[in-house]
Design a protein around this ligand. Sequence first.
Ligand SMILES: NC(=O)CC[C@H](N)C(=O)O
Length: 231
Amino acid sequence: MKFAVLVFPGSNCDIDCYKAVEETIGQPVDYVWHTATDLSAYDAILVPGGFSYGDYLRCGAIAQFAAVMNEVKKAADQGKFILGICNGFQILTEARLLPGALIRNNGLKFRCHQTQLEVVNNGTAFTNQYSQGEMINIPIAHGEGNYFCDEATLAELKANNQIVFRYAGDTNPNGSVENIAGISNKAGNVVGMMPHPERAVNQLLGSEDGKRMFTSILNAWREQHGAAVNG
Ligand SMILES: NC(=O)CC[C@H](N)C(=O)O
């Protein structure tokens, strides 16, 4: 299985994503610059966090037009696994690969701290190593993490089981509708989330609850290719 970690001008979590793949599941992983025009060699694509293009206009608003995003859309249509983390989630919504939008945190402040998440859907390629309803600790670091969508979109997300993570209990740090912290597309192969699992892969970081996102992706890929493993 081969991973691509996209790098835009202003990305700053690409190295963490690269290391998380390398150290958690030991799979081949490449940095792929935003000008790339071929992602066919990759089975999974990580769109990392950061401040792509300086967050000008809106977070992710300019990155959506990068050449590599055409290839990300092709990969999404081919059913490849795509995970957008924080700025990556914002880029995926701006590129219309995920519904809704990430707007300014309700307190208008940058929030950077540990959060507790509920695993709402453990049936995705990114969460199959968690149990349904499990509470996990994954940190956030964002200024525009407030997930918003209209009533019709929210109804669709619920009907299609596309809500993957919620901020647990009454801990919503940014005002996201219904405490949404991460969602998938209808097919389930594209997930976006504001919390950073790549920053929770070692107890030294305060949590290793993020590791199982990476082992989940590997397990899903191996199931697809006929060699399921136990995480
Ligand atoms: N850590 C990140 O990816 C931050 C995303 C974006 N720059 C924001 O502040 O909301």
